[in-house]
Design a protein around this ligand. Structure first.
Ligand code: TYD
Length: 205
């Protein structure tokens, strides 16, 4: 099963996924945690190019293609084989990040992006996507306190608002794939929701 986690900056995805993975492993599941951009050595090298603060001249189209290049390798080398082998693949960001950030955020044509994503992923879609939703300003403040402050975080507040609204629209367009969790609450409450969602899903409810 392939499960992705999405959300605006500072939604606490990374920590939540790590804790959820521990819980699922204790329950006897084989779990693979991974993230985008990145997840394989080649994809991580591409990530380094995308996030390098010195690459201020990077054109948005270049960035879009690098995200897809990183993703293509990630899907074929890691996600698809692990998912087909029966593992639970938990992925921190996936194709919906491209639609939310490059599509709704940077206003690139969504249909064009969908075609690129389809090419990059060979059509692999998540079985379940969890949106860890958090207020834009609260999320950015939280993120600033964290360690990794990269070029991507420096975009204007308005951009992040469009990203968040974009996620809501993606949920509306495909409600059966998405579950929205309010990540503005204390971490333990968020984790408890995630465990319940996964427990129900795995029981086939
Ligand atoms: P990261 O430091 O991993 O952020 P986070 O902890 O919020 O996930 O950086 C990933 C950044 O890349 C984040 O700002 C979202 C952005 N991104 C895109 O713009 N498009 C994409 O397709 C992906 C996967 C990420």
């Amino acid at each position: 099963m392939f499960i992705t986690f999405e959300g605006p900056e500072g939604s606490g995805k990374t920590t939540q996924i790590r804790r959820l993975a521990e819980f699922l492993r204790e329950g006897g599941h084989e779990v693979l945690c991974t993230r985008e951009p990145g997840g394989t050595p080649i994809s991580d090298q591409i990530r380094a190019v995308i996030t390098n603060l010195e690459n201020t001249a990077m054109h948005p189209r270049t960035e879009i293609l690098l995200f897809q290049a990183s993703r293509a390798q990630h899907v074929e080398e890691l996600i698809r084989p692990a998912s087909e082998a029966g593992k639970l693949v938990l992925c921190d960001r996936y194709a919906d990040s491209t639609l939310a950030y490059q599509g709704y955020g940077h206003r690139y044509d969504l249909e064009m992006l969908r075609k690129l994503i389809n090419f990059a992923t060979g059509g692999l879609q998540p079985d379940l996507t969890i949106l860890l939703d958090v207020d834009v300003e609260a999320g950015l403040r939280r993120k600033q306190k964290g360690s990794e402050w990269n070029r991507l975080d420096a975009y204007a507040l308005e951009f992040h608002r469009r990203v968040r609204e974009g996620y809501f629209e993606l949920v509306r367009n495909n409600p059966e794939r998405w579950v929205v969790v309010d990540a503005g609450r204390p971490p333990d409450a968020v984790q408890s929701d995630l465990r319940q969602i996964l427990t129900e899903r795995l029981a086939g409810k």
